[in-house]
Design a protein around this ligand. Structure first.
Ligand code: FAD
Ligand code: PHB
Length: 389
């Protein structure tokens, strides 16, 4: 098989790239290791920036998002039993939208199917080859048969555990990593959200987050040890722990019910540089990971895809190399700012016993400063709604 852009991974990065390229008349093929059901079943991001929403509109996958997505003009920060609102709209003139990654992925699959896009799922042993030549290709196996796809470029959209990043020679690739000593235990439940807007709660027992997907679907998280066993967290224990970490009014308003999904996610900051080697371009989680506290992971994947689709379009339409050459540097400037913000939000809100009593008091002073300083709130708001592309 032959195509113009070979894409590894059918997460939001790979699907969005394929869709944007198709609308510019550029062909691609996606190779995905998992089944489509598996990809669509993953519960992950919930908050999208204005820039991401606009890109989804450019990709013509916005109809359901504009109908069902909920604009959020602010968030709540809770500590010392009180709740404070950060007014994104008032401070920056912009807002975010709550619309699940699960829904975005479904919309993108439907759009690719409608345009006749090729997505090969359950592809085993996918490998990029010849990435430092002008004729790269991909190999994979399906139902025991070996296949090869020749292409002009390869997009590595295969997430943190993918094969793309590992194909860049070790003496070229630099990685930067911070692993946090805790995880997030998340629950999805068919219950009305505890509040109209998200609550990020700092508490001596650990961080808690109240989020949502719709008026009838809630998503909650509590900070937990990273090696925690899910079996030790029956629903009742989760709800009790969440309630204890929330201000009284929220704890009283919390509606509980059976969990429909429960999982533990480790927290990590990670960046791989460069994001391009020869004809291989990394995008999304394949190149960088942020802890979820700033709601930036999916949004960074979208900005990478914006830069990559623009660069590939300039190459095919005008024979221009400059944007491809600038890809890694352009992405990384935005990536590092989101890394900084996500690390800062994580540091501000979680318990770090290793920082001692002094560290804990400084953290409370910073929270107190934040909610009483327009400058500090504006800095949070500006980053949360998303820095410009
Ligand atoms: P992925 O979604 O990981 O997709 C990669 C795809 O490649 C997968 O389908 C995988 O199966 C496939 N693949 C992997 N290896 C191979 C291979 N060898 N061959 C073929 N295919 C392969 N982000 C936000 O912006 N806001 C949030 O609120 C938010 N909340 C989050 C909450 C949690 C609990 C978690 C875990 C993440 C959250 N994120 C959030 C992050 C967000 O989910 C990711 O950043 C996003 O999924 C990245 O998309 P991607 O397409 O780059 O990678
Ligand atoms: C979510 O709804 O899953 C969510 C929201 C905000 C975050 C992280 C996750 O910061």
């Amino acid at each position: 098989m032959k195509t113009q852009v070979g894409i590894i991974g059918s997460g939001p990065s790979g699907l969005l790239l394929s869709q944007l390229l198709d609308l510019q008349g550029i062909e691609s093929v996606i190779l995905e290791r998992q089944s489509r059901e598996h990809v669509m079943g993953r519960i992950r991001a919930g908050v999208i920036e204005q820039g991401t929403a606009d890109l989804l509109r450019t990709a013509q996958v916005h109809a359901r998002m504009d109908r069902e997505g909920q604009p959020h003009d602010g968030v709540n920060i809770a500590f010392n039993g009180e709740r404070y609102r950060i007014d994104f709209k008032g401070l920056t003139g912009s807002a975010v939208m709550v619309y699940g990654q699960t829904e975005i992925t479904r919309d993108l699959f439907e759009a690719r199917d409608a345009l006749g896009g090729t997505i090969i799922d359950e592809a085993e042993d996918v490998r990029p080859h010849g990435i430092d030549t002008d004729s790269p290709y991909l190999t994979y196996r399906k139902h025991g048969e070996a296949h090869r796809i020749d292409c002009d470029f390869i997009a590595g959209c295969d997430g943190f555990h993918g094969v793309s990043r590992q194909s860049i020679p070790a003496d070229v690739l630099h990685t930067y990593e911070k692993v946090y000593p805790f995880g997030w235990l998340g629950v999805l439940s068919q219950t009305p959200p505890v509040a109209d807007e998200l609550i990020y709660a700092h508490h001596a027992r650990g961080f808690a987050l109240c989020s949502m997907r719709s008026a009838t679907l809630s998503r909650y998280y509590v900070q937990c040890p990273v090696d925690e066993d899910l079996a030790d967290w029956p629903d009742d224990r989760f709800w009790d722990e969440l309630r204890r970490r929330l201000p009284d009014d929220a704890a009283e308003a919390l509606v509980t019910g059976p969990s429909i999904e429960k999982s533990i996610a480790p927290l990590r900051s990670f960046v791989a540089e460069p994001m391009r080697f020869g004809r291989l371009f990394l995008a999304g989680d394949a190149a960088h990971i942020v802890p979820p506290t700033g709601a930036k992971g999916l949004n960074l994947a979208a900005s990478d895809i914006y830069y990559l689709s623009r660069a590939l379009t300039a190459f095919y339409k005008d024979g221009q190399q400059a944007l491809l050459d600038a890809y890694s540097e352009t992405c990384l400037r935005r990536v590092w700012k989101a890394e900084r913000f996500s690390w800062w939000m994580t540091t501000l809100l979680h318990q770090f016993p290793e920082n001692g009593a002094f560290g804990a008091r400084v953290q409370l002073a910073e929270l107190d400063y934040l909610v009483n300083s327009k400058a500090a709130m504006t800095a949070l708001a500006e980053n949360y709604i998303g820095l410009p592309y």
